[in-house]
Write a protein that binds this ligand. Structure first.
Ligand SMILES: [Fe+2]
Length: 195
């Protein structure tokens, strides 16, 4: 069934939507193997299981032509030196793009193609990031004092492929170095022809 026209309001103070019908929560325990410092991950998890991010969506039809949209909130924090971040994914329909609009906080979008090309775009309130077709993407909150709040739009039939990133990680890690973020090579990453 095609969607009926609709609207909702994103708060100009906290960036949160005034209505949603799908709320995803991702806790530290759901990110096993994703942070480079496995020891720090285990140590933290034995003490607590913090909420890393929320995703609020209006549930839409997955018919081609529809545009899924919503808000993700990545909370502040680190595992070892690595900032809290989303799992990261390719789209199952690889030739689909996505647009992000930063409403609050400071972060970076880490992106990568199946061939291993990479890109990191900074995000501050007002920044629009275009993720082209074929680029995996992960949002990272580099501000330890504030949530990173992002509005996103992507084709509803795109789907999510989390598996490739779970196995391989991204080529670049975002680490805290004396209060500033640094883009660092992931020692576990292998080029496509060596996997
Ligand atoms: Fe996406």
């Amino acid at each position: 069934m095609p969607q009926q026209p609709s609207s909702f309001i994103l708060s100009m103070t906290d960036g949160l939507p005034d209505r949603f019908d799908h709320h995803t929560t991702r806790y530290l325990s759901a990110m096993r193997g994703q942070f480079i410092d496995q020891k720090a991950y285990q140590e933290r998890l034995t003490k607590e299981d913090p909420l890393l991010y929320d995703v609020f969506e209006i549930k839409l039809s997955e018919m081609p032509g529809e545009l899924q949209h919503g808000v993700s909130v990545i909370h502040p924090g680190k595992v070892g030196d690595e900032y809290f971040m989303t799992k990261g994914h390719f789209h199952l329909v690889l030739d689909t793009a996505e647009v992000y609009y930063c409403l609050r906080g400071d972060g970076v979008m880490v992106m990568e193609t199946p061939e291993g090309d990479w890109s990191v775009e900074e995000m501050h309130p007002g920044t629009v990031v275009y993720v082209p077709p074929r680029w995996a993407h992960r949002s990272v909150n580099v501000n330890l004092e504030s949530d990173l709040v992002l509005f996103f739009v992507y084709p509803s039939n795109a789907g999510h492929d989390y598996g490739s990133i779970e196995q391989q990680g991204f080529r670049k890690l975002i680490l805290d170095r004396d209060g500033r973020y640094e883009i660092v090579d992931n020692p576990n990453w292998l080029p496509p022809d060596l996997r």
